[in-house]
Design a binder for this molecule. Sequence first.
Ligand code: CU
Length: 591
Amino acid sequence: MTPTLPAPLAPFADALPVPQRLVATRQNGRLSVPIRAGAHRFHRDLPESAIWGYDGTVPGPTIETERGQPVTVAWRNELDGALPVAVTTAPKAADASGVPVQCVPGLSGGTPDQHAAALAGYTVVHLHGGFTPAAYDGWAENLFAPGQDAIFHYPMGQRAALLWYHDHVMGVTRFGVYAGLAGLWIIRDQRERELGLPEGPPFEVPLLIQDRNFGLDEDGRLTGQLVHKTDPEVMEAFPPFTVVNGKVWPLLEVHPATYRFRVLNGCNARTYRLVLLRDGEPELSRITQIGTDQGLLRTPARVPPGGLVLASAERADLLVDFSGLAPGSELTLLNTAAAPFDGAPFPAANARNAADPGRMLPYPHVMSFRVVAGPVARRAIPGELATDYHPLAPGALAGAPRRTIALVERELDGEPNMLTMRELVIAGDDHTGPVVTVADGERATRYRAAAAHFEDATTFFPVLGRYEVWQLINLTGDTHPIHVHLDPFQVLSRRPIRYHIPEHGIDDIAITAAVTFERDPGDELDHTIDDNERGLKDTIRVNPHEIAEIAVRFTTYAGRYMYHCHILEHEDRDMMRPFVTMPAELMPFMA
Ligand SMILES: [Cu+2]
């Protein structure tokens, strides 16, 4: 383990900001959101940073809507000037003392990427988790230029949930989101009101968690310039400073009461495993999780004993009980997940020692809470939450179409690795090329790769109204959060696998691999579905040495959508694929 690094910024110095609220019903469901360059101060002791933001702010305003009440947003692209982020790949992965260059500010000897510096504000907005017609879903190539507007209609025919909206431009989503183009979107409904859950300030608080890095001037002082830095060994950016609602390591003063935190991991790549500590000891029992990506769980869930894991784009709806704490009590939220994340456990009891610069977690701090005097307000937690969905029985899916996708990393000389999702189809007896063999006991299935890159021909044409089972086979060393646009899904299973890929087995599209359902000897993961994943999800973590299965049913909107890894550096290169939802009546006419 490399030694701990002194923090160049004081933790818990700034108050947690709460983003401006845009309540759609107060504006007849018609909102206008300019997308602008602006200035933002990420920390009391940092100069202002140039950013791009919705309404010119970081994060953008929190849009609050009602189920069943459509919202129209005029997204007005008023960006001017070039991307306000210095993008660089440092020449070495670690400095002379062995500290990974991604753990420290500045460019670490890298030169600013000229193509990134020339990006001129083309954008497209995607509402993540939105049940949205294809025309308004934010297809990654349907860009609007500075000076152009996009008028998007959101029907809001979906249950209450925390969604988020963000930039989704083909190939450069990682830079647009990093520059600041992200905001929260809350849908409310009757069921949540029946349960008497906190709604709005002060007891409902959104927490949008991201990580950022900044530049250094000639004298080694931090500038505010946003820096997106990668290195020759790690293609994802893992910046050292955690930012919540736009502030580095903020502080929230709380009453001795129950708070509802709406948490989103909005990072490009970093997975968080959140542990709440008091006096250095975990107090996870204060946290009850009531909702996940797509809203309420059926029953409240404890967070896993190691902490609450959220990969990029995953959300959690939490009730946290601060009652019974004396004024002056301090609690800290820490992250124990090393990066890149591979699912490896870390005991919560050891969270205070989680700092590990060698694994790109130089500062585990996320934020802190300080209890101040106020009325004690502890809320009883309802035993039954959602009543509008049931866990799917495997029998109900016996005849469902199955789709198989292998997550594959291809190493390339002299350029960053290429990550793809290989869509596999069963190989005919006459197929003599490379195959992926999946052996489940006695039964072995031979697959060939039909597509890998975004621009390869579409192979997924789900029929509206019909359940499908998607099988995600992870043949890489990292956890990938896979996000499916449009309808939510349920997680059916995670199973451990062993696999072998021969030398040169990974070609541009074709792949040779042998997969068996058995535990790899070096595998220390338990491959379970956590209680807090037994809800409606739109993003699933697929861990190394694992096949995960999800059941998804597309229901209402026909059109061209995307599914992709939500590690933005992966999505941009090239871990994203299209699918086209179709009404059954049209299928006979598809060539
Ligand atoms: Cu990925």
